[in-house]
Design a protein around this ligand. Structure first.
Ligand code: UD1
Ligand code: MG
Length: 476
């Protein structure tokens, strides 16, 4: 669905993450291959005019969020303070705000990112320009649900605030939405709610659309909550109704709106995303056997007729082409798997490895930072690192490319149609020419010319045993 609903987008991504109890903010924790906040950023990009109108609020010691105007919140004083500081930081001394497609030069961007200054942009606001507020800890949100906010606003142009609401199975922890005559009158935070209010099933997702003029007027009126010492953005609802502004809510599926405050919620979000990714793979006509044990990443591309067996984990950066088969207990990340390749069982493929069409990486095989040519086979118990393997090559069981000398990594190049005997070590840097053969058990330290046989194996000695030998008598 294409959107013509564009606005300034605020991502609230600061705060203490105290319930998460981690040295890394919950916003930057990994979720299926990328930081939690990146999912929110994708949605923000969809609705923002351009990246100058994505404003992220981050903590004072947090890394910046790329492609957004970052505003640092001085102290973690709550969502109300976070939104207010971003709004007023971007509000120029003369009251104009970056809400449209304007160009900010590097100097202005630096100013915006500096806590002690404000960004001044000369752009006049239209009378009812809206801001979309997203919470950085709510990564399951979809563009479809945000469209519901814009549609509700279109149907109710008088609404100053539209809130995305939900009926979660377990409402504990969420703000409860109080309504009267189809209008929202108040949001009560869970920790402030009476036992009666806690029975209200309609909950606040945090995500909302707000008229910027109204926000500008009401934000300074937000008061510190006595219980938590924080400014709640949700208090803006009561302020709005007190000042005769209309506030409405629109419902979206709860499994898109859950926030991540604890490890259990991170784990829950992971489960929901995995279901979505598996569904997407099935829709692309891949076969997933034991799908609940197959884990994919946010960017996994699985083509038609791919078969993935149970207990397979796909990390970020993987494209599996048509007809490939991934056997159980394999892990693949940052790799391209060509058409009709076979991987595993128990294979590990990583480091921008490319397996070309119809090649095989079999059981207990690790391939890293390498390319394997069409129809080549690495079938059993091998380590292939920093290697470039041609087509129709056979790598015998137990072959190791010794790519690391303790200081640097070195390359192994194996030409087309070469045959590397079992249990050989190729000491890199090394080249094995086309159509050459390495005898089993060899340790190869010098380049091997094309069409040659190389062997480096101690000669076998045969020593006859005495008939009284213990070993022989036991055998009898
Ligand atoms: C918030 C809502 C609650 C809603 C829930 C949905 C408020 C007061 N409460 O509660 O009604 O049901 O989300 O998940 O808004 N943040 C800052 N600066 C701060 C504090 C927080 O930027 O000082 C950011 C956080 O990074 C987070 C978001 O704001 O992404 C929400 O903050 P959080 O503390 O998680 O609020 P909740 O208690 O979940
Ligand atoms: Mg939260």
């Amino acid at each position: 669905m294409l959107s013509n609903n564009k606005s300034a987008v605020f991502i609230l991504a600061a705060g203490r993450s105290s319930r998460f109890n981690s040295s890394t903010s919950k916003i930057f924790h990994d979720l299926c291959g990328q930081p939690v906040v990146n999912y929110v950023l994708d949605v923000a990009r969809f609705f923002a005019y351009d990246y100058n109108s994505i404003i992220s609020v981050i903590s004072k010691d947090s890394p910046e969020i790329a492609d957004t105007v970052c505003v640092r919140q001085k102290d973690a004083l709550g969502t109300g303070d976070a939104f207010r500081s971003a709004l007023f930081r971007l509000l120029g001394q003369q009251g104009s705000l970056c809400t449209g497609p304007v160009t900010i030069d590097a100097e202005q961007r630096a100013l915006a990112n500096n806590a002690s200054s404000s960004l001044f942009i000369e752009k006049k606001r239209t009378s009812s320009e809206m801001a979309l507020v997203l919470y950085g800890d709510a990564p399951l949100i979809t563009t479809e649900s945000i469209q519901l906010l814009f549609e509700a606003k279109k149907k109710n142009p008088e609404a100053a605030i539209v809130i995305l609401a939900m009926y979660p199975e377990n409402p504990s922890g969420y703000g409860r939405i109080k309504e009267k005559n189809g209008k929202v009158t108040e949001i009560v935070e869970c920790k402030n709610a009476s036992s009666e209010e806690k029975l209200i099933p309609l909950c606040n997702s945090g995500i909302l659309l707000i008229d910027i003029n109204v926000a500008e007027k009401l934000c300074p009126l937000l008061k510190k909550n006595d219980l938590s010492g924080e400014y709640y953005l949700t208090d803006i609802v009561r302020l709005a109704t007190d000042n005769s502004y209309s506030v409405i809510s629109v419902e979206a599926p709860a499994n898109e709106l859950c926030g991540i405050n604890t490890r259990a919620e991170l784990s829950h979000a992971h489960d929901i995303l995995q279901k979505r990714f598996r569904e997407k793979a099935l829709q692309r006509c891949a076969t997933l056997y034991g799908k609940d044990t197959i884990f994919l990443s946010y960017d996994t591309v699985v083509e038609r007729d791919v078969t993935i067996h149970s207990n397979v984990c796909i990390g970020p950066g993987v494209h599996i082409h048509e007809g490939a088969e991934i056997l159980p207990f394999s892990y693949i990340c940052n790799a391209t798997i060509g058409e009709h390749c076979s991987i595993g069982p128990f294979a590990l493929i990583s480091g921008n490895t490319v397996l070309h069409n119809r090649s095989t990486a079999g059981s207990f095989v690790e391939i890293k930072r390498s390319s394997v040519g069409p129809r080549s086979k690495v079938k059993h118990l091998s380590y292939i690192g920093d290697s470039c393997i041609g087509s129709n090559v056979n790598i015998g069981a137990g072959v190791v490319t010794a790519n690391y000398d303790g200081h640097s990594k070195h390359k192994t190049v194996i030409g087309n149609n070469a045959f590397i005997g079992c249990n050989s070590s190729l000491i890199a840097p090394i080249e094995v020419g086309e159509t050459s053969i390495i005898g089993a058990g060899s340790v190869i330290t010098k380049n091997v010319p094309s069409k040659s046989l190389s062997l480096s194996r101690p000669e076998q000695k045969v020593v006859p045993l005495k008939t009284s030998s213990k070993h022989l008598s036991r055998k009898k």
